[in-house]
Design a protein around this ligand. Sequence first.
Ligand SMILES: [Mn+2]
Length: 593
Amino acid sequence: MSIRRIVVKINFLILKLLRTRGGISILLLWLLLSFLLIFSIVLHINNDPFKVDKPFIFIEPITSYYRFHHSNFKRDWHDYELIKREALRTGPGEQGRGVYIPLEEQELASKIYVENKHNGLASDKIARDRSLPDTRPSACRNRTYLNELPSVSVIIPFHNEVLSTLTRTIHSVFNRSPPELLTEVILVNDHSDKEHCYGELEEYIKEFFDPSKIRLLVMDRRYGLMWARLAGARAAIGDVLVFMDCHTEANVNWLPPLIEPIALNYRTCVCPYIDVISARDYSYMGIGQGSRGVFNWQFYYQFLPLRPGDQDDETEPFQSPVMMGCVFAISAKFFWELGGYDPGLSVWGGEQYELSFKTWLCHGQQLDAPCSRVGHLYRPRPFLENLNDTNYCHRNYKRVAEVWMDEYAHHVYDKDPEEWYPLEIGDVSYMKSIKKKLNCKPFKYFLEVVAPDMLDKFPPFEPVVFASGAIQSLAYPKYCIDTLGSSEGEPIGLYSCKSENLTEFEFRQYFILRQHRDILVENSNNECFDANYEKVSIFHCKFTQDNQYFRYDVDTQQIIVGPKRKNKCMDLSESKTIIIAACDAEKITQKFH
Ligand SMILES: [Mn+2]
């Protein structure tokens, strides 16, 4: 039957209906029903959490927090009953302590460690709802927050996470969030291949959590972190989206300080302070002072010190240029206004830059909240394995640079032109259209207003260096200073020079004395010499001088440590280790060139 014949038939039917009694009302009812049907089909397609590659039309709910006026009345959100109960808890891992693995289980423990990159056996020994130390500045205990706050959807993607670690994350969210604020927890299983991520997890959820407040989405193949988060965000119904890694633990009263800034201004993204859960023994450690996140021109995440005034009130959130990315909150309204994540980003990497740049350039702000604490288990790049495509991280970075970094993008590419310039990144027109639609600011704004101190610390072109090359001992001319492959906090030492006349350099023996008056390890991710306790170690460059302050005296050939009045120099002990001693221009062991 042709379409024309159908149309004629429908017209005939309509005419026939209109001629019968009450026909007009039947017709209207019929039209209304078909309209509703079409509307619900469109809505269903739009809201399908798995259609991540399709743009999402965010429809602000009638009940949205931002549709109503709210009073400025504040209240104390602490759950004192819970705090009292948790303070009494004892047992393995309680109060955030580490867990000791007995000798006979250590073989098993290391097997699990290698598989998961963290001590899953220690996790299994700890209660799923363990207690944590309160790591906030003490003034946070007296701080009140708005009485009316937006509702929250917590989105937790996971792939093969250890069950006790994943469920501890969920328990911490349910236990330490005010129930009236927590609308739902959405777990997104990014196509795990471990059995326990299916049946066993579902059973656990049924047994321990309110079924009306928890949902489990399962991806039909492995899509990576951004798509899993996008799927969760499409399904979420709360005013605020909180994205959380699956190996985190929310600490006391974490939610109100995290979402209050978003209640006041929906174009806000807030990160908690990320405390540290040890991958070795699951001990929980608070981080002391905060810092501001930025990046260098190889897209390595870096830190800048706080600005004067940032912590005049230590409970007050402060602006940070780039989020760390493992836990953060953003209003659903702003997230979708920004087009969510660029759906062209794959697997892992670059998403924190994309969202942070967009937030700042498209009329929003990004804050760190010192009174909101969430512990995070750091482990080496979890998404890197089992994926043949090794270039996705650079491709993600280039997509971000192409859309948001304007004329500054080439600073990144020029670092390694053969790698960057030919790299295919696909179509970025969707994000460019969002940038145009929202009339977002140029990247210059980010560098001049948001992170004006970044270019000084991380210039695209390293400024003229004072000196560079190997550092050879005059006392033992066969030996040069060598990083010994040390990582953060571990000491440097002496090792054979590649050649005595220094025509060639050993990989770990090339150093740069910079204008910041620090000594940078070439070929490192921002690692510097750091003087502490009479030793010299490797530590990330802090740009604050103090114990990373070094000078070279050309006349006496000494490496002076710290300000002149302290009279400290690099020296060698009898066992040829590097020490810090009082300067003595006559001592041959203090001479280097
Ligand atoms: Mn993580």
